[in-house]
Design a protein around this ligand. Structure first.
Ligand code: C2E
Ligand code: MG
Ligand code: MG
Ligand code: MG
Length: 281
């Protein structure tokens, strides 16, 4: 260890820390301009029912085309937007755009929108959602609100109240990235979730029979609780076949489509996805 922390290394290390802080500040500054300069865009990724090959929902995923740096991943700028509180405004923008876009899709297709914990704390999320639905004329049951476990852990009682308000509006609630955090099973019966989304970390390890066993167990639990389940991050026909054999049928992943611009969605709705195996088999 002593060697790794030698002077030369340390200097380089601290310089890169400094660069990191600098680029973070720059992103923060640029992000403030991004909204007004129209650099943000919402892409959509289908959730496919593999019994029919049809998309039944699309997840809205934010994209930022930075004028000089090109595309910046939401995994980079969302945490900064959360730290600075900008996510409240950005999140509201995404919600309104997604509701407006989805209003032009067939009635049986839902749209899923990601929400950060801060949006629940810093704004009246029920009002924000009610307004977005009213102005887009999207039926409440076509909107899925995706939250992660961090929301459930913080301010549990307050969150529970808001969730019940949202459920009363008719909006659907989805627990995202399931299995990556604390994943206390008690959330599943305490909170009115309609859906859980299994994180793609499980799919990556699908060769390990234990990973498949965990997914299958969660599937049975979800079924008994009358909660639907999506598996995220399916990239290969082999992964799909393993999940299909276990009776899992709601799938999201690059195998079907990467997140795509609005202009490509109608075609994905019109033409069913090709399945890599025969349905008759
Ligand atoms: P998420 O909500 O879990 O979204 C799924 C992420 O997995 C997306 O990454 C999607 O492109 C990626 N993905 C889907 N299928 C596959 C696959 O088969 N393989 C691989 N390797 N990846 C796959 P993306 O678009 O980069 O978004 C990352 C995260 O950023 C999201 O994770 C979400 O937590 C956050 N995010 C994106 N848009 C928003 C937003 O509008 N608001 C908030 N609060 N967060 C957002
Ligand atoms: Mg999500
Ligand atoms: Mg997820
Ligand atoms: Mg995530």
């Amino acid at each position: 260890h002593a060697k790794a922390w030698g002077r030369g290394c340390f200097r380089r290390f601290s310089a890169s820390m400094d660069e990191q802080a600098q680029s973070k500040r720059q992103i923060e500054v640029d992000l403030r301009k991004a909204l007004v300069h129209d650099e943000l865009e919402v892409f959509y990724q289908p959730v496919v029912d593999i019994r029919t090959g049809r998309a039944n929902a699309f997840e809205a995923l934010l994209r930022w085309r930075h004028p000089s740096q090109g595309f910046i991943s939401p995994t980079v700028f969302i945490p900064i937007a959360e730290e600075t509180g900008m996510i409240v405004e950005i999140g509201e923008w995404v919600l309104n755009r997604a509701c407006r876009d989805a209003a032009s899709w067939p009635d049986n297709i839902r749209v899923a929108v990601n929400f950060s914990a801060i949006q629940f704390r810093r704004s009246n999320i029920c009002d924000v959602i009610t307004r977005a639905l009213a102005s887009s004329r999207l039926a409440a049951n076509r909107l899925e609100v995706e939250v992660t476990e961090t929301i459930v852990i913080q301010d549990t009682e307050a969150t529970l109240l808001v969730f019940h308000e949202l459920a009363a509006l008719g909006v659907r609630l989805a627990l995202d990235d399931f299995g990556t955090g604390y994943s206390s099973l008690s959330y599943l019966n305490r909170f009115p979730f309609h859906k859980i989304k299994i994180d793609r970390a499980f799919v990556k390890d699908l060769d390990d029979p234990k990973s498949l066993a965990v997914i299958t167990a969660i599937m049975h639990l979800a079924k008994d609780l009358d909660i639907s389940m999506v598996v995220e991050g399916v990239e290969t026909p082999a992964q799909l076949a393993l999940l299909a054999a276990r009776g899992i049928h709601e799938i999201q992943g690059f195998l079907f489509s990467r997140p795509a611009p609005l202009g490509e969605i109608m075609e994905m709705i019109r033409v069913p996805f090709r399945l890599p195996f025969s349905q008759a088999a």
